[in-house]
Structures are given as C-alpha cells and as structure tokens.
Ligand binder design. Structure first.
Ligand code: SAJ
Length: 435
C-alpha cells in the first residue's frame, strides 16, 4: 500500500492521531472540531497559561465563542483532546496542523519565525508518512521556500488557510469553503478527506501559491475597498457633501453586492492590517504595488483624520485643543465585540493627546467605569465603535454632564436628529466635517 493510501485509510477510520500546534483563535476550534469528529487530538502551545486554561476546559480567548467551550469540554471528557506545552506529544503522530501567528515586522515584512520554529518542532517529531497542514495565513511562496525545505521525505504538505472571524469561529470553520493547497493532486485528496471531517462547505483543491495568494488577496481586497470608502469620506469632509448619499447612489448601480463599503475611523482586527503586506512582500521592491500599500496607509491615517475633525469641532465650540477634554468611545475593532486587536480607538486617543487634548476612554466591553463617568465634564464625545449600548444610551442625561454638547460620530452609530434636538452639535465622518 502506498504512503498516501495508508494515510487515507487512517483518516477514513479516524485512527490518525492529530497534533495541533498553536492554540489560539484558529488552533482551538480546529482541535476541538477534529476531536468532536472522533480523532485523538493533542494541542501543543509553548504558552503555559494558555495550556492551563484549556486544561480547565475554559477558553483563553478574548471573544465569546458560541458552542466552542462546550465542544472542547465534551472532547476532553471523551478523552479525545488534551493541551500540553510538551512538543514530545507530537512524536509519531500522523497529522499535524500548524496554526501559529504569522505577523509582519516594523518594516511591514513577513516575520515567519514562529512558523519556522513550529515547522522544525513538528519535522523533528512527527511520524512518517504523515500530513502537515499549515492553516496560518502566509506570504506567497512561503510553503515552497520556507516550509517545504524543513520537511524531508514522507511528509505531505498542505496549505489550508483559515477563514475564521472572532466571535464566530465555529460557525466559520464549519460553514466557509476552504482552499486545499498542495504540490501534488494526490495529496489534495488526502487534505480534502481530512478536512471533510470538520468543514461542511466546499473544499477547493489548488496549488500552494494559488492558495497563498487567494487568502492574502481576500483580505487585501477588503482593505482596498474600505480604503476607497475612507478616501471618499475624507473628500466629502472637505467638499461638503454626505458620503452616505454618495455611497447609496453608487451602490444602487450594483444591486447584489455593495461596491462601496462603510467608511470608518480605521481598520482593525488581526488580519486586515497585516495580510495586504504579506501579499505585496512577494514581489521585488520597486514593483507597482502602490494600490495595496496606499490603501493600507490610507486606512492607517484615518485616526488622524478623525482627530482633525475633533479639533475642528472643538474650534467651532470656541475651544483650543489644549483646553479641550474629549471622550473616545469604543476601544474594540468591531461593534458589539470585545476584541481589541489593532482597534482604532486607542490610536484616535493617542493622536488627540499628541495635539494637546485631554482624553478619557470608554468601552462597555473593555473598561470598568460607566459611560456617564467617561463623558462627564468633557467637551466632545467621539463615537469610534457603534456598540448598540451607545445608541441606546440616554444622551439627554449624558449631555447634561458634559461641558459642551458636541458629538463626532465616526460610524453613523447615533441618531443625529435626536442629538440635535437635545442641543448637541453633531459631526459625522464623511459629511462636511471639515468644511
Ligand atoms: N471595516 C470598515 N468598513 C467596512 C467593513 C469593515 O471600516 O465596511 C473595518 C471594521 O470596522 C474593522 C476592520 O475593517 O475594524 C476589519 O473588519 P472585517 O470585518 O473586515 O474583518 P475581520 O478582520 O474581522 O476578518 C477578516 C475576514 N474577512 C472578511 O470579512 C472579508 C475573515 O473572513 C477572515 O477569515 C479574517 O479576516 C482572517 O482571519 O483572515
């Protein structure tokens, strides 16, 4: 029997033993799902605190994840999942899934060190023949140039980039189609049969490079689209028109999918701020990558644009920046989530501070104090994240405690008419805020 046939059989009858390396947003749902499908799974992560939390059947994640804790606990009671810091647990296993972080450095270049370390750890211990899957998002050619040279004969390499979003890890893992990137179509069959156990959507076999480019381009596409929306908002702020009306009319031309996304105070999260850089790193310096790089820079500049609007709003109220106190509302990267990774709120706050403004911050999912406390005595409240709690707040009472009643709404998350009736000066991103 060929090596591939033997592995197919072990996957088919679930006797293949799986090691998941990297127990974070990607590794935990993957490990729990394979264990729930009947595989023996060990999770390996050098972070002792994380492993201990998992050992207690709890999730070391900042977001709440429907169904995941229950799945994990069931897998543990069935004896099919355990977490450890010991790399020796990988020894002799038939499958390893790598889900480690693949960040960028300060020069926006891919930093593959965690991936290389994980590959070496696995290569030294995994059984032969075996399947090694890289779920981490990687720069194009990483599988060929960095991963493959670390593994010898008998290890079949698959790039199956994750597509999960925090807050819906299990739902995305099960329901989103996946790429199975391979160097040899026979290995594609192996990868497909493995992931069929946890993915209910389509599994598309392709080559390594195509999978790498699709995954990074997916997030670069979204980043460029958001940058276009942000660019239009910025232009509208200067021209004196409402970007929402502009957007509405343009989107009417394309009825199924909106062409122009929502402008906002910046792009946060774990993926969009880095994946476009992973994609452009694949071409030599000097190649024409200005669109993607420019989009990144434009999105990164949005907190400064918001600060310009706030300073203008202060000036309109007769206050200089050094005499102003501003409440920044929203420190997560998405509405109604507690995920703070790369959130624009803290950057809006620090940019205002560099301009001499005193700043208070608040987030219902992050900070301890109440909203009334955060806005009391301030001149401007800046809505950075449209948490439902902000819309539902009693703005009449909040305004009563403010020194000036000014709101800068970066996400159209508040009711402008209600606020105006309550005596607020209402500014919104992308609606003539700098005219
Ligand atoms: N944003 C805007 N305007 C918009 C849409 C989003 O300003 O119209 C901002 C959000 O406020 C947020 C940021 O962009 O700060 C990113 O949010 P997101 O919802 O676009 O993306 P993520 O980071 O939560 O997840 C992305 C996902 N990609 C898409 O939604 C197209 C997900 O599918 C990927 O799996 C994930 O990255 C990943 O792990 O790569």
């Amino acid at each position: 029997m060929s090596d591939i046939e033997g592995l197919r059989q072990a996957i088919g009858d679930r006797s293949a033993r799986i090691a998941v390396v990297g127990l974070g947003y990607v590794g935990i749902p993957v490990a729990a799902s394979f264990a729930a499908a009947g595989f023996d799974v060990v999770g390996v992560d050098p972070n002792r605190a994380r492993v201990d939390t998992l050992g207690r059947g709890a999730l070391p994640l900042a977001t709440s994840e429907p169904g995941l804790e229950a799945l994990l606990q069931a897998a543990m009671s069935a004896g099919r999942f355990r977490a450890t810091t010991e790399a020796s647990a990988i020894a002799g296993r038939e499958v390893a899934i790598l889900a480690v972080d693949t960040p960028i450095d300060e020069r926006h270049r891919p930093d593959a060190r965690q991936l290389q370390t994980a590959c070496r750890t696995v290569a030294d211990r995994i059984g032969r023949p075996s399947v090694v899957v890289v779920e981490s998002t990687v720069a194009p050619r990483t599988m060929r140039d960095i991963v493959a040279p670390l593994f010898g004969e008998g290890v079949f390499l698959v790039h199956c980039p994750e597509r999960v979003r925090p807050g819906r890890l299990l739902r995305n893992l099960r329901g989103m189609s996946r790429l199975v990137g391979v160097a040899d179509p026979q290995v594609g069959v192996l990868g497909t049969e493995l992931y069929r156990n946890v993915v209910q959507a389509e599994l598309v076999v392709t080559d390594w490079e195509t999978a790498e480019v699709i995954k990074t381009a997916e997030n670069a596409t979204r980043d460029v689209q958001i940058a276009l929306a942000n660019q239009l908002a910025l232009i509208c702020d200067h021209v004196g028109v409402d970007v929402r009306k502009v957007r509405e009319q343009i989107n009417r031309l394309w009825s199924d999918q909106p062409l122009i996304l929502d402008p906002g105070p910046g792009v946060g999260g774990h993926c969009l701020p880095k994946d476009p850089w992973l994609l452009v790193s694949a071409v030599p310096p000097g190649a024409a990558t200005a669109l993607i790089e420019g989009a990144r820079m434009l999105n990164e500049a949005m907190p400064a644009h918001v600060a310009d609007i706030v300073v203008r709003a202060c000036a309109d109220a007769g206050i200089g920046p050094r005499d102003a106190t501003v409440a920044v509302l929203g420190l997560t990267y998405e509405a109604n989530s507690d995920d703070e990774r790369n959130a624009p709120g803290p950057r809006v706050a620090s940019t205002l501070e560099t301009r001499g403004v005193r700043v208070t911050t608040h987030d219902p999912f992050v900070t301890r104090g109440g909203l009334d406390e955060a806005v009391r005595g301030t001149d401007v409240a800046v809505l950075v994240v449209p948490h439902a709690k902000y819309r539902e707040a009693d703005w009449s009472a909040l305004g009563g405690g403010m020194r000036h009643r000014v709101v800068v709404d970066c996400r159209r998350g508040l009711d402008a008419d209600v606020l105006r009736t309550l005596g607020f000066s209402y500014y919104a991103l992308g609606v003539a805020a700098l005219r």
